[in-house]
Design a protein around this ligand. Structure first.
Ligand SMILES: [Zn+2]
Length: 117
C-alpha cells in the first residue's frame, strides 16, 4: 500500500521542519496538495496519517487534502484538456497520446497550521 510509505515520507519532512523550530509549535493542520494522477486515495492517506502519528508530535493533527485535477497539454491542438482517469489518456480533440502533463502529479505539503505551545 503506497499510501503508508508516502505518509512515512511526509511525517519525516514535517519532523525535519519541526525539529528546526526553536519554539516547537503544536501542529494543528497539515494542508496537502495531492494530484489526482498520483493515484493516492485521500481516505487511505488520512487513515495512514492518523495511525502513524499516534503518540508522536503530530498526534491529533488533521490532514487537509486538496485535490489537483489532471490537466494535460496537447501540442497538436495547442490546448489544455483534462482526461478522465482510467480511460485512454489522449487528447479528446485529435486523439494524440497524452505526453505533457501540466498538473495532477503533485504530492506536497502546501502549508502547516500551528499554534505556539
Ligand atoms: Zn489535440
Amino acid at each position: 500500500m503506497h499510501e503508508t510509505d508516502m505518509t512515512k515520507a511526509l511525517i519525516v519532512t514535517i519532523q525535519d521542519w519541526w525539529d528546526a523550530q526553536p519554539e516547537r509549535p503544536i501542529i494543528q493542520k497539515v494542508h496537502l496538495i495531492v494530484g489526482t494522477f498520483t493515484c493516492v486515495e485521500p481516505a487511505s492517506l488520512e487513515f495512514a496519517f492518523e495511525v502513524q502519528t499516534q503518540g508522536t508530535f503530530l498526534d491529533g493533527a488533521e490532514l487537509v487534502i486538496k485535490d489537483i485535477p489532471l490537466v494535460a497539454h496537447c501540442h497538436t491542438c495547442r490546448s489544455d484538456y483534462s482526461p478522465d482517469l482510467g480511460s485512454q489518456y489522449a487528447c479528446p480533440t485529435c486523439n494524440s497520446p497524452m505526453e505533457d502533463i501540466r498538473s495532477g502529479r503533485e504530492l506536497k505539503i502546501d502549508r502547516l497550521e500551528c499554534v505556539t505551545a
